[in-house]
Design a protein around this ligand. Structure first.
Ligand code: C2E
Length: 350
């Protein structure tokens, strides 16, 4: 690529992204289809995403990145049919922007190839040492340089527009992605986010040999509470319980609303014994708070929680871990509620 083309492409972030994606594709001999380009743009922007981790594992295993592989990954990680309307619109617009960046890069590549050809012709003409030929060659070179400069200016303008548009679209996508993973009532992670977090935590535990615990918590007699005080008050109680459980969440632990009045906490790297301490704090805090009906200031009494806890066994599937935590939860319910039971006998003894 000529120095002028290179300079004109340097600044915009969109080009940086496209350039990194293309460099990675080139390095791994990935055929430059629009789909592959989109996947590799995801790869270079989110190096710790599930998609990137999967690509890295493939590359480490020496598997070739064929078009079929690209299509399978796109079907799994870019599942448009599952996205909300807003996300879909933003995704389509983003992919148009990516197409436009690809086209702009293609124009630059063609220009620089043509320019390179002009230079090669000039070099040949110079060998002739004919004054007329040299003059014609200088003329032709000047025109070619001018053409490349003009095309680069156009390209620079296009890329700057595209960068701004892509930034906006990426923000929309990020916002829509966050909303798609959040429970609207409680602002905790939703079921989908929980499933993904647990899957990730299990994969991490498999890779590192670290322990991992899971708790499921359920508000006792919530249906009766709803029937007595109404759904609006019921919703506020859900928000209250969620706020207490949410405070136990952090960058590692995921606190989620698992279903109607059921919540879950994923504890990566923590044993059932450690998780039990956190769960007991939550249970005691919730049970000790006397709630008020906002409209009348009546005492609603306290709500209580039953919890089930399971520490992951080596290689255990996420669904099996959930099932064991659920069984422990039902043991708490059967045992009189307002308690935590552990599937693991050592933690139960603790
Ligand atoms: P919210 O009503 O939006 O309140 C958000 C936070 O503001 C509460 O978090 C609390 O820190 C504070 N706050 C609101 N009202 C009061 C108040 O009258 N006195 C005090 N000291 N602080 C107040 P928190 O406690 O984690 O509650 C989260 C959500 O749970 C609340 O959202 C509300 O929807 C529900 N909630 C909490 N306590 C009650 C209650 O006693 N009755 C009802 N109906 N809902 C409650």
């Amino acid at each position: 690529m000529s120095a002028e083309v290179e300079t004109s492409l340097r600044a915009p972030k969109a080009y940086d992204l496209a350039r990194q994606a293309i460099a990675a594709m080139e390095a791994h001999k990935v055929w430059p289809t629009a789909l592959n380009f989109e996947l590799w743009c995801h790869y270079v922007t989110a190096k710790d995403s599930e998609l990137a981790v999967e690509i890295d594992q493939m590359l480490e295993a020496g598997e070739p990145f064929t078009d079929a592989v690209g299509e399978t990954l796109a079907a799994r990680f870019l599942p448009k049919q599952k996205l909300s309307g807003e996300l879909l619109d933003a995704g389509e617009a983003l992919s148009k922007e990516l197409d436009s960046v690809s086209r702009a890069i293609e124009i630059a590549r063609e220009s620089s190839e043509a320019y390179g050809q002009e230079l090669a012709n000039a070099k040949e003409s110079l060998a002739g040492e004919d004054t007329g030929q040299i003059k014609a060659m200088v003329e032709s070179l000047t025109q070619a340089t001018q053409r490349v400069r003009e095309e680069n200016e156009t390209l620079e303008g296009q890329l700057a527009d595209t960068t701004a548009e892509m930034g906006r679209l990426r923000e929309n996508l990020e916002q829509a992605r966050r909303e798609a993973m959040t429970d609207g009532l409680t602002s905790l992670a939703n079921r989908k986010a929980f499933d993904e977090a647990l899957q990730r935590a299990c994969a991490h535990a498999d890779a590192t040999g670290e322990t991992l615990s899971l708790a499921v918590l359920d508000i006792d007699h919530f249906k009766a509470f709803n029937d007595t005080w109404g759904h609006q008050t019921g919703d506020q109680v859900l928000r209250y319980v969620a706020s207490v459980i949410g405070r136990a969440g952090n960058s590692l632990r995921t606190a989620a609303r698992y279903g109607g009045e059921e919540f879950a906490l994923v504890f990566p790297g923590e044993s059932a014994r450690e998780a039990l301490v956190i769960l007991e704090d939550i249970r005691v805090e919730v049970a000790s708070r006397v709630l008020k009906r906002r409209s009348t200031n009546e005492d609603l009494g306290a709500v209580t929680l039953s919890a089930g806890l399971a520490e992951r066994q080596a290689g255990e599937a996420p669904a099996a871990l959930v099932e064991r935590a659920d069984t422990a939860l039902y043991a708490s319910k059967r045992g009189g509620r307002n308690r935590t039971s552990a599937a693991d006998p050592i933690a139960a003894a603790a």
